[in-house]
Design a protein around this ligand. Structure first.
Ligand code: SF4
Length: 103
């Protein structure tokens, strides 16, 4: 018996849940910045796989870039790179950033 046979609901993917949120972009003022680097640390590189909102990517020069539109402010990147100091991390200004949809 699977969950739907038991009368439950089918599991919802994380991506589908994240799509329910809305985001107010603070144009030109990203709340997370990557400090200039030639080669990213393993910690920073890991963010291309760890960020739940997919904000990090590697460019054609092998450097990590971030587009923080859609950031859910989970703080994972802040914690993971805390020892390397590669990020400048702040919460968005009031009125900007993620608007969570609950329920
Ligand atoms: S705070 Fe979370 S969602 Fe936002 S960029 Fe960092 S890892 Fe991604």
């Amino acid at each position: 018996m699977n969950i739907s046979e038991a009368g439950g609901t089918a599991p919802v993917k994380v991506e589908e849940r994240l799509f329910q949120n809305r985001y107010m972009v603070d144009a030109g003022r990203p709340h997370i910045r990557i400090r200039p680097h030639e080669t990213p640390s393993k910690a920073l590189l890991a963010m291309t796989r760890l960020c739940p909102a997919g904000c990090y990517s590697v460019n054609d020069r092998g450097q990590v870039e971030a587009v923080v539109d859609g950031c859910v402010e989970c703080g994972t990147c802040r914690v993971v790179t805390a020892q390397t100091g590669e990020l400048e991390w702040n919460y968005p200004r009031g009125g900007f950033g993620v608007l969570f949809k609950f329920g």
